[in-house]
Ligand binder design. Structure first.
Ligand code: PGA
Length: 252
C-alpha cells in the first residue's frame, strides 16, 4: 500500500523566536505543493509564533515533548492540552535524548503517549538502540520493547493516530547514518510487531519514519526502502534548503 511520506523537522533546543519565524518562512515556499506531509517541531517558546507564520499552510506544528498529566504542580512541565492551545497537532515522544539525558523510561513514554492521544495530539513515538545494544545483537529486541511499552496506552482504536520513528541512537547527530538496508531491516521488524498487535489493515497504514543524520545526500536512498515512510530530521532541518531537499526526495 502507498503510504504518503511524512517528514518532520526536530529543531531541538535551537532557535530564538525571531530565528524560528525566519526558518519557517524559508521552509514554507520551498515545500509548498510537494506530495508529502511536512511538520516542524520548534522549541516550546517559539511554538505560537511559528503557528502564526504557518497560518493556513499545510505544514503541521509539533512539540518535542510533553508531560503526562493535564495540569497541576509539575514545575517546568508542559501539558498536552497546552500544546493544543499553542496550535500543535503533533508531539515527539520518547526521543533518545529524552530517554538518555532526562531519564525517561519506557513506562513514562507510554504514559505520555496515552495522555497526548487523550488530548487529541498525534504522537511521534521514537524508538532506537544504542551502539552497545546494536553490537550486542539486541537491536530488534530493544526496539520491540520500546514500541510495545510506548503503545501500551494507545489501544487498537487509536493506533492509526500514531507515527513511529526509528532512530538508531548511534546515528543521531553523529553524521553516521544507518545504511538503507540496516534501517529497512528494523522498519520491517517494527511493522511486523505492529501487525501482530493490531492486524495488517492498521500496520500497513502506519508510518514509520527514519531519523539519524538524514540529509539531502542520503535521503533518497533511505526513503526508497519499502518500509521507510519519511524522516525525523535534526541538524538538516535547521537549513531551509536541506530540509526542503529531503521533503522533495520524500515526495518523488
Ligand atoms: P539528526 O537528529 O538528524 O541531527 O541526526 C535526528 C533526531 O534526533 O531526531
Amino acid at each position: 500500500m502507498a503510504r504518503r511520506k511524512f517528514v518532520c523537522g526536530n529543531w531541538k533546543m535551537n532557535m530564538t523566536i525571531d530565528e524560528a519565524k525566519a526558518l519557517v518562512e524559508g521552509i514554507k515556499p520551498k515545500v509548498a505543493g510537494l506530495e508529502a506531509d511536512v511538520a516542524v517541531a520548534p522549541p516550546f517558546t517559539a511554538l505560537h509564533a511559528v503557528a502564526e507564520v504557518l497560518g493556513g499552510s499545510s505544514i503541521r506544528l509539533a512539540a518535542q515533548n510533553c508531560h503526562f498529566e493535564t495540569k497541576g504542580a509539575f514545575t517546568g512541565e508542559v501539558a498536552p492540552t497546552m500544546l493544543r492551545d499553542a496550535c500543535c497537532s503533533l508531539v515527539i515522544l520518547g526521543h533518545s535524548e529524552r530517554r538518555t539525558l532526562f531519564k525517561e523510561t519506557d513506562e513514562t513514554v507510554g504514559k505520555k503517549v496515552g495522555a497526548a492521544l487523550d488530548a487529541g495530539l498525534q504522537p511521534i513515538l521514537c524508538v532506537g538502540e544504542t551502539l552497545e545494544e546494536r553490537d550486542g545483537g539486541q537491536t530488534l529486541a530493544v526496539v520491540s520493547r520500546q514500541l510495545k511499552a510506548g503503545l501500551a496506552a494507545a489501544g487498537a482504536d487509536r493506533a492509526l493516530r500514531m507515527v513511529i520513528a526509528y532512530e538508531p541512537v548511534w546515528a543521531i547527530g553523529t553524521g553516521r547514518t544507518a545504511t538503507p538496508e540496516q534501517a529497512q531491516e528494523v522498519h520491517a521488524h517494527l511493522r511486523r510487531d505492529l501487525e501482530a498487535m493490531y492486524g495488517s489493515a492498521i500496520s500497513d497504514e502506519l508510518r514509520i519514519q527514519y531519523g539519524g543524520s538524514m540529509k539531502p545526500s542520503n535521503a533518497a536512498e533511505l526513503l526508497a526502502m519499502p518500509d521507510i515512510d519519511g524522516g525525523l530530521i535534526g541538524g538538516a532541518s535547521l537549513k531551509p534548503d536541506d530540509f526542503a531537499a529531503i521533503v522533495t526526495a520524500a515526495a518523488s
